[in-house]
Design a protein around this ligand. Structure first.
Ligand SMILES: Nc1ncnc2c1ncn2[C@@H]1O[C@H](COP(=O)(O)OP(=O)(O)OP(=O)(O)O)[C@@H](O)[C@H]1O
Ligand SMILES: [Mg+2]
Length: 378
């Protein structure tokens, strides 16, 4: 039966416990813990150099951790060599063997595991069919497009029916359209096989599109782990808020009153915010789509209401991005174009902004983050 956090003990769930990896004096992975449920797809998302590949390499047995445990089906596997782990791997730069045919590439892990020839052929056919490449068996990989090569790498990683699949930025080399299609394909194949999967990316949209849950990483640690909507609606830190989605992050000073927290902005404007654990200097998070923009004559219709001046209007097809100036503080607002009321959105025009206290989050102030677009205008 699944344990409390649903990691099954029968061989399919994966648990990473306080794993550490050092390269000389540098700590690349600094006490990382997370669990992946059986059949779940978890993404590791974070900027370049934060330790994503290093974690995958430790899961696959290509690096050994300096501390912590990796548990698959109730057994510690962190000291096992790769071939004793039953884990499929698609590398960041997927390396197909150029001197072998497509079928030869896919059959390779089966041959290494001593699978008989007839069964090999059958399994290669099934894998080719699953990734949509039936008829490509005898082609040479160098004659394939990027997307087709990527499918071969995927087929090679799943052909021996591993318990866990590790994918390291498998779509990184593809153009946007193909990438979107392949995200869908990877998800379909992963669901068809019900295979526990860890997917590495530094693209937040990709992580949101493909994952059951996402671990946001920063400098060798997991900053927050949750579903896309949890991370978006309730980011625990400024880093998570700025990594997932667009945000206004403003300096503020929080005082807790009987009616809830009040966050005073740099310009003195007092904002009603959702309940906060922080008081004093903090950061206010307001997503651009949570602000309703209407003509300056409109009513005050929410917990927070202010007059502002339009500075910039960018038409983006499905939406319009508007930068407004609220007495010296800049805010970015996003308006869905089919909901766009008859508001004069010309630079220099006056508008009314309304937004809810419950959409206004207070986060601890962090040092060392780059200035955000919403910062006070001096
Ligand atoms: N073999 C190694 N020797 C020394 N340092 C290493 C080694 N492997 C990785 N590192 C360092 O560890 C850190 C994490 O590297 P890693 O490859 O895990 O990052 P990543 O999150 O996958 O980044 P990217 O998105 O660029 O692929 C980097 O600073 C990297 O330089
Ligand atoms: Mg990497």
């Amino acid at each position: 039966m699944p344990s409390a956090d649903n990691v099954s003990a029968d061989g399919a769930g994966l648990e990473v416990k306080a794993v550490v990896k050092r390269f000389g004096p540098f700590t690349a992975v600094d006490g990382v813990s997370f669990s992946v449920r059986r059949g779940e797809l978890v993404s590791l998302l974070g900027p370049s150099g934060c330790g994503k590949t290093t974690i995958l390499r430790m899961l696959g047995g290509l690096e050994y951790p300096d501390g912590g445990a990796i548990i698959l089906g109730g057994n510690s596997i962190e000291h096992l060599p790769p071939y004793r782990r039953n884990i499929g791997f698609v590398f960041q730069r997927y390396a197909l063997f150029p001197h072998m045919t497509v079928a030869g590439n896919i059959a390779y892990p089966l041959a290494k595991r001593g699978v008989a020839r007839n069964e090999r052929l059958e399994r290669v056919d099934r894998a080719l069919d699953l990734v949509g490449l039936s008829g490509f068996a005898d082609r040479n990989p160098t004659t394939l497009s990027g997307g087709q090569q990527q499918r071969v790498a995927l087929a090679r990683a799943i052909v021996f029916e591993p318990q866990v699949l590790l994918l390291d930025e498998p779509l990184g080399a593809l153009d946007k359209q193909l990438r979107d299609r392949m995200q869908f394909e990877v998800r379909r194949i992963q669901r068809t096989l019900g295979i526990t999967t860890i997917f590495v990316t530094h693209d937040q949209i990709e992580a949101m599109a493909i994952s059951d849950r996402i671990a946001i990483m920063k400098q060798g640690r997991i900053e927050q782990f949750g579903t896309a909507s949890e991370l978006y609606a309730r980011p625990a830190t400024e880093f998570v808020a700025s990594f997932i989605g667009e945000s206004n992050l403003l300096n503020c000073d929080v005082s807790n009153t009987a009616e809830g927290p009040i966050a005073k902005l740099a310009n003195g404007f007092a904002v009603r915010a959702a309940s906060a654990e922080v008081s004093g200097p903090a950061r206010l998070l307001l997503r651009p789509e949570c602000v309703e923009i209407s003509s300056s004559a409109a009513d005050v219709s929410n917990d927070n209401s202010a007059q502002a001046r339009v500075e910039e209007v960018v038409y983006l097809g499905e939406s319009t991005r508007v930068v407004v100036n609220l007495s010296g503080v800049r805010l970015m607002v996003r308006v869905t174009n089919n909901h766009l009321q008859r508001v004069d959105l010309r630079p220099g025009g006056d508008v009314r902004l309304n937004w809810r206290a419950s959409d206004t989050l207070i986060l601890p102030r962090e040092s060392g983050l780059a200035a955000q677009p919403g910062e006070a205008v001096t």
